[in-house]
Write a protein that binds this ligand. Structure first.
Ligand SMILES: Cc1cc2nc3c(=O)[nH]c(=O)nc-3n(C[C@H](O)[C@H](O)[C@H](O)COP(=O)(O)OP(=O)(O)OC[C@H]3O[C@@H](n4cnc5c(N)ncnc54)[C@H](O)[C@@H]3O)c2cc1C
Length: 420
């Protein structure tokens, strides 16, 4: 069944981190936005919930950070990184600066972000509506066809945003129909499993994000407190071990978390609650994010290995770039869409600001062992307080234009290399 096309300035497919953030930025600018998702909300998504400092800065600019904190989001104020020959940490709130991260489960976070987007008069939200096709005119995207329980509906807008995750339908359909959104995939060598624990005393684990590398060959762990007194803990390991791991999910997760430098001890006496979640096999995927009338945000444009917990922050930061650039785009509409040339500044900004993080992810994804550069950087950070701060600012995606390492830090890496 078809209904008359409705007009919006932008249609956003996918309403979670990237989509709801983009809707808020566009609505603030007075745009009429249709935000759709095939899911119903509240609902869960695979994620260990870490929003790094760079991501929380965007949440703050969106004026939703306090609300997410009130829902129980834990603001981690310290980060610690541990490996076979390094152990360093840094404060995220000091000298008057507040660079703390956030850890809040996706069931709460995604529903709250959607509510925040819906509170703008310009935003129309439709859940349980799946984008099944794109409307294309003269090689450009001019809208979508979506399907829900009542049938198929058509919607038009000069800008369509694919914020529909790593298996983006917007990207796939545009690629098939107009050859847009070229992609490069780099498989992740590791798989990820995580669960929630209760009964972790605060004196054992405070407001700290703890990450571990090479606790066993190729392995890593992460632990952080989240809402309702729970703690989320994840382990990463050679994806080839997945079949064996699955034969005893809960006991194997516990065993893998225990073969750690610190994480096992932090979880001592705690009880695992609920089920064990699994990532399956993953890719790092980088797509050219712009086509005539359309862009890709979040995982749809840049999907990274979860090892560094960068996904939400990349999604939020890419949505923030849309907020900064969109006014210029809407004044460049030709016919029924915004030309790709007008949207090209999104590619430039995304690549300048976010690609260094994607590249860091690719480096640790290709092989199970830490590459030489990463190892030296961790060792350098272990040597000097200022170097630990610099490394942690990069890990928290707080370094402006990802200018890392600084000359001073690179010199310290060289010293660490000579000492090795
Ligand atoms: C095991 C694991 C742990 C992770 N841990 C972290 C972490 O600690 N920190 C972090 O920052 N990142 C983490 N990530 C990554 C993070 O979950 C993603 O980067 C983040 O969810 C991306 O947000 P997004 O809005 O781009 O896409 P998604 O959250 O994937 O949302 C996409 C939305 O699009 C909708 N959609 C898809 N197709 C259609 C369609 N055709 N029509 C309508 N709607 C559609 C989906 O229903 C979904 O709601 C982890 C990932 C995994 C796998």
């Amino acid at each position: 069944m078809s209904e008359p096309a409705k007009d919006f300035d932008a249609i956003i497919v996918g309403a979670r981190v990237a989509g709801s953030a983009a809707a808020i930025f566009l609505a603030r600018d007075g745009r009429r936005v249709l935000l759709i998702d095939k899911d119903a909300f509240p609902s869960d998504r695979l994620s260990t919930h870490i929003v790094l400092g760079g991501g929380t800065k965007v949440l703050e600019r969106m004026s939703v950070l306090e609300m997410l904190e009130r829902l129980g989001g834990v603001r981690f104020a310290r980060m610690r990184a541990i490996g076979p020959d390094f152990d360093y940490g840094g404060e995220l709130a000091r000298d008057g600066a507040d660079d703390r991260g956030l850890c809040l489960g996706r069931v709460l976070m995604d529903a709250a972000m959607i509510d925040a987007a819906r509170s703008f008069e310009g935003v129309t939200f439709r859940d349980r509506l799946r984008a099944i096709d794109l409307r294309i005119e003269d090689g450009a995207v001019v809208g979508i066809r979506g399907e829900d329980a009542s049938g198929v509906h058509e919607f038009c807008a000069p800008l369509t945003i694919g914020a529909d995750g790593m298996h983006s339908s917007v990207a796939r359909i545009a690629s098939e129909r107009i050859g847009a959104f070229k992609r490069i995939d780099v498989p992740c060598a590791r798989a990820y499993y995580y669960a929630y624990f209760e009964g972790v005393p605060r004196k054992q684990l405070g407001d700290e994000l703890v990450t571990e590398f090479e606790s066993a060959p190729g392995a890593g762990n992460l632990v952080c407190r989240c809402e309702n007194g729970l703690t989320v803990a994840a382990t990463a390991f050679d994806a080839a071990e997945m079949q064996t791991f699955r034969t005893g999910l809960a006991s194997n997760l516990r065993r893998y978390l225990d073969r750690s430098f610190a994480v096992g001890k932090l979880l001592e006496g705690a009880t695992m609650v609920g089920r064990v979640f699994s990532s399956g096999l993953l890719n790092n995927t980088c797509r050219d994010p712009v086509a005539g009338g359309a862009i890709l945000l979040g995982d749809a444009g840049l999907h990274v290995d979860p090892l560094f917990g960068q996904g939400h922050s990349l999604a939020l930061m890419s949505a923030s770039i849309v907020g900064e650039l969109a006014a210029g785009w809407f004044s460049a509409v030709r016919g029924n869409s915004i030309p790709a040339a007008a949207l090209a500044d999104f590619t430039r900004r995304r690549d300048a600001e976010l690609m260094p993080y994607y590249k860091a992810s690719v480096r640790v994804s290709r092989a199970l062992a830490l590459d030489q550069g990463s190892r030296l950087a961790h060792r350098a950070a272990s040597r000097e307080r200022w170097a630990a701060d610099e490394m942690i600012r990069f890990a928290q995606m707080l370094t402006p234009h990802a200018a890392f390492p600084s000359f001073r830090f690179a010199r310290l890496m060289a010293t660490a290399s000579r000492a090795a």
